[in-house]
Design a protein around this ligand. Sequence first.
Ligand SMILES: Cc1cc2nc3c(=O)[nH]c(=O)nc-3n(C[C@H](O)[C@H](O)[C@H](O)COP(=O)(O)OP(=O)(O)OC[C@H]3O[C@@H](n4cnc5c(N)ncnc54)[C@H](O)[C@@H]3O)c2cc1C
Length: 400
Amino acid sequence: MSKDGHVLVAGAGPVGILNALGLARAGIPVTVLERSPGVVPSPRAMVYHWSVLDGLERLGVYDAAVARGFLKQDYTYKVHKTGEEINYGLQSLEGLVRHPTNLHLGQHVLVEVALEALAAYPHAEVLWDHKLVSLTQDGDGVTVVAQAPDGPRSLRGSWLIGADGARSAVREALGIEFEGFTWPERFVATNVRYPFEAKGFSQTTMLIDDAFGAIISKIDNSGETGLWRYTYCEDASLPEEGVLERLPRFLQEVLPDQEGFELDAHSPYRMHQRAATRFRDGRVLLAGDAAHSTNPTGGLGLTSGLFDTYVLQEALAAVIKGEAEESVLDEYARERRRVFVEVASPAASNNKRLVYHSTDPARLEQDLTELRALETDHEAVVRRLMFPKSLETRSLVGAW
Ligand SMILES: Cc1cc2nc3c(=O)[nH]c(=O)nc-3n(C[C@H](O)[C@H](O)[C@H](O)COP(=O)(O)OP(=O)(O)OC[C@H]3O[C@@H](n4cnc5c(N)ncnc54)[C@H](O)[C@@H]3O)c2cc1C
């Protein structure tokens, strides 16, 4: 027999921990299994679009997250070859939405903030160094086996959320296909210190170029310059171990000089546009990168994962408490897959094309004409800035 209403979560990334937090806040006992010994600090998400901030507020972590990161409004598209800059900002959403700002902070810091909140709930636990290796399910529960420091450990819950990232062991154990493709390029995400603002950069610059395209964005206000993310793209056939040797070539081309430049961290990534063919299998639900994976241009990956989280933990808690039919979980699975496949993934591919692969001059001119309108046309700015809201699924249990 399963422990009644107990939820297991695989993965202590942002999606796993925030799902656990939502469940714990609803009084549901929850156990998170994480294969690493602690929060994974690799340089990944750092931009949280304005549209996800209401959800962080509902989960009670908005203030602490803002205190550890910062809110900002500016955006710049810059054409590397001509130096043309197009500027616009979230000021256009003031008076229209509750949070007309984006939040910037490292993804691992968001996880730390959520873990601090989770610690207030004695019925929630996180088991570090627990790698899920297999699972079985029956009519009333799920049994997982984890590799733990003392050997294999079996745990049982009524439900399992697979939030164990793009290479999800949960998804694989269920034999669910991860449909889509892998890009031929490698993204290199670097965390750097450099006086970008003193050198005239805005807090988010999308640098358009088919060789030196980059996203340059401020992560936090630490130190004299703040920590910044500089993400560029290279051919994945180049040897991965040569990334650091090739990095100066990109920087020399883009930065006015190297004075004050410091590399804090770097990580190469392969990128995908993939979605699990189904997000629910019986008592197992997939969320975040375990369910869908996108290239990160435009910051739609965790945005999608957060929108999964906001509806999933709430719907599952309602099912466990007998306040909603199980069919609401099918709705979760159907709707979140549809939004990713039809909206998030094509938009992310288009963002990648514009920033890193604008090789066709006529197409670039067409894109720039649309972008230039953002400097003078308030309605065009609002339409563009409302896009991340279209990735949201409204509460499936009518709570908001
Ligand atoms: C360079 C880069 C920049 C990005 N920037 C942004 C951005 O600005 N905005 C945005 O919205 N998105 C961004 N993304 C995407 C974002 O990082 C992901 O969407 C996000 O990490 C997904 O969170 P998750 O919790 O679903 O998965 P993950 O963060 O991958 O977490 C999964 C967790 O599961 C654990 N795990 C894995 N296997 C097992 C197992 N078998 N058992 C137990 N635990 C396991 C892992 O150790 C990990 O802790 C970026 C991605 C990259 C690569």
